[in-house]
Every structure is written in C-alpha cells, then in structure tokens.
Design a protein. Structure first.
Length: 61
C-alpha cells in the first residue's frame, strides 16, 4: 500500500493551526466590532461585563 504524502501543509503541528485559527477569529471579531458596533461588542465591553458578572456571582472570587 502506498504511503500518503503529507505535503507542505502537513508538517505544521496541530497546535499551530489552533493558534492561527484563534488569531483569525480574534481579528475578525475586532474588525466586526469596529465596523458594526451595534451588533458586535468590542473586547473591552465584553471583558467589563464578564468581570462585573463574575464579581457579583462569585465566579471570579
């Protein structure tokens, strides 16, 4: 049976693909929050709400 060749993209580890996809998702979020602020909240607002809810519900402390 013939062994399948990986090609040039097959040598990149899976954790690198994970980091690349995370970076692309964050970049898309930043672009979307800048272009459509009514639909997508920016990261500062999301973090502020998370911390506020976490403090009141004792998730963070």
């Amino acid at each position: 049976m013939k062994k399948k060749s990986k090609g040039k993209w097959g040598f990149i580890p899976k954790w690198v693909w994970l980091l690349i996809s995370l970076a692309v998702a964050v970049a898309l979020w930043l672009i979307a929050s800048y272009r459509w602020p009514i639909i997508f909240a920016n990261p500062e607002q999301v973090l502020a709400v998370f911390v506020e809810k976490g403090i009141h519900s004792t998730i963070l402390w």
